[in-house]
Ligand binder design. Structure first.
Ligand code: AMP
Ligand code: ZN
Length: 494
């Protein structure tokens, strides 16, 4: 019997607004699509949070024994500055500003994205398709939507006819918006004059002469609309109807609403059983976002080089910090939150390390099986990682009690206990014990840098700032950054 046959998962479905029992379309298999990044800039910690939520969900589904096909795309064309089909292509704009090829922009930030996710110990998706690699599929979809009468062509561009669609279907089914309300609330934007109605969205846009990212099509030399790529790529690899579609909350409307409309218009069916939306990481009360400058980069967390933090934090501590919040809750990024998570993370890792030195006994003074099921129950309840972590701390308490001679565990229960801890800490939450990675060479390096930090402190105490700056600058030159904070000086390497 596979674990998924024993454990019943409930998932909050944005479509119904309720937690529903998860049943995959084909028993034992899960198809999951998550909207990937638009690769025109470095991913910020907010982006990482959303991808981390789905990485953890992917890990848990795999742990339960599902064969998961996880598709996460790379948006390398078609995403304009403004979601209402106006403005420059984000990638083309960056290419213009930096005087490089759009594909150089794409390459640079795709590599950055992969490096960052790797640092956070993400599992790679099963397929990572690109929008530019699926232009033909997108053109075919447009043809079908046109044939089915849900789109129209104007001056070489093709638009989805939202008003016509809403007569037979429900535009707003996911975001719970009503077309009449949208009509009242939509502002006319420049460049929308071709559309019959401002609510319509582009499936294909004719490229202006200066637009570099262009492909031939039956309608014009142009480029696909942003929403279309996800319909084309999700259904190509997962079928016209698949299990889970995820993304950040901010993608629910218009992006995901339009995906539903496109699929229904092209294939006559709703694409997805479970729509899942991860909530936002905020900082100073506002959504973390590239466009407003209110963001922090993952590398700044690792180096401590950002005014919002007093020291550097390891990727696992940052991961732990984010998983201590439920994926559907807003998470406030604060230095104090990270400091508290670091303490908790270290306590958890110390306890995990203690496991092998525990004295085993004849009897067990703790209900290990009940505790184990509580760990599953937490994840089964819409992937409730904070409750799972609370259960892991219950285990930490128990480990410490055994160590102090105030509790006991038998050899048989120990095996279950240890493997459950390892499963949830490493396989499901994807945490890594930082110390494990440190080899003896790195230990020696740490020792040497700590010594230099001490000498620098002495130099500063003696007001020998020339020497203290020299130590800091010369270490920086060889790739070791010192960061002074309230907690003392820490260092990081690049
Ligand atoms: P983008 O590259 O802008 O398309 O964003 C990639 C993913 O990051 C999307 O799923 C967004 O919803 C998500 N995202 C953007 N900002 C945040 C944030 N502050 N917190 C959590 N997720 C975010
Ligand atoms: Zn998408």
């Amino acid at each position: 019997m596979k674990l998924f046959q024993e454990q019943e998962i409930k998932i909050y479905n944005s479509l119904s607004g309720q937690k529903e029992t998860f049943k995959s379309i084909i028993e034992g298999y899960v198809g999951m699509y998550v909207c990937g990044p638009t690769v025109y800039s470095n991913v910020h910690l907010g982006n990482v949070r959303t991808f981390m939520s789905f990485d953890t969900i992917y890990r848990y589904l795999k742990h339960l024994g599902y064969k998961v096909r996880y598709v996460r795309n790379i948006t390398d064309a078609g995403h304009l500055e403004n979601d209402a089909d106006v403005g420059e292509d984000r990638i083309a704009k960056k290419a213009r500003l930096e005087e490089i090829e759009p594909m150089e922009v794409v390459q640079r930030y795709t590599v950055d994205f992969h490096n960052i996710l790797n640092t956070f110990n993400f599992l790679p998706p099963s397929i990572e398709p690109t929008a530019t690699g699926h232009i033909i599929e997108q053109i075919e979809l447009i043809k079908t939507i046109l044939e089915n009468g849900f789109a129209y062509e104007v001056n070489g561009s093709v638009y989805f006819d939202v008003h016509k669609f809403d007569k037979t279907n429900n535009y707003g089914v996911l975001s719970k918006r009503k077309l009449e309300d949208l009509i009242h609330n939509t502002r006319e934007l420049d460049g929308q004059s071709d559309k019959k109605n401002p609510q319509d969205f582009a499936l294909w846009k004719k490229a202006e002469p200066q637009h570099i990212m262009r492909w031939p099509s039956p309608w014009s030399d142009g480029f696909p609309g942003w929403h279309l790529e996800c319909t084309a790529m999700s259904t190509k690899y997962l079928g016209d109807h698949f299990d889970i579609h995820g993304g950040g909350m901010d993608l629910k409307f218009p992006h995901h609403e339009c995906e539903i409309a496109q699929n229904e218009a092209a294939k006559g069916k709703t694409p997805v059983n479970f729509w899942m939306h991860a909530n936002m990481l905020i900082m100073n009360g506002k959504k973390m976002a590239k466009s407003t400058g209110n963001f922090i980069l993952p590398t700044e967390i690792f180096t401590g080089d950002n005014k919002h933090i007093t020291k550097s934090f390891s990727p696992s501590v940052a991961r732990f910090f984010m998983l201590q919040a439920h994926y559907r809750s807003i998470l406030d990024f604060t230095n104090n939150g990270l400091l508290a998570s670091e303490k908790g993370f270290n306590r958890l890792m110390d306890a995990v390390k203690e496991l092998d030195s525990l004295q085993l006994a004849e009897t067990t003074s703790f209900n290990v099986l009940e505790w184990k099921q509580k760990c599953y129950d937490a994840m089964n309840d819409d992937f409730n990682s904070p409750i799972l972590i609370a259960n892991l701390f219950e285990a930490v308490k128990y480990i410490n009690q055994i160590k102090e001679g105030n509790a006991t565990i038998s050899a048989k229960d120990f095996e279950v206990f240890k493997s459950t801890i390892h499963t949830f800490v490493f396989d499901v939450l994807g945490l890594k014990d930082a110390a494990k990675k440190v080899d003896s060479g790195t230990n020696k390096l740490s020792g040497a840098v700590e010594l230099l930090i001490k000498l620098r402190q002495e130099a500063r105490a003696n007001k020998d700032f020339a020497l203290s700056d020299k130590i800091r600058d010369e270490l920086a030159e060889i790739g070791i950054q010192l960061k002074d904070g309230k907690e003392g000086t820490s260092f990081s390497t690049t």
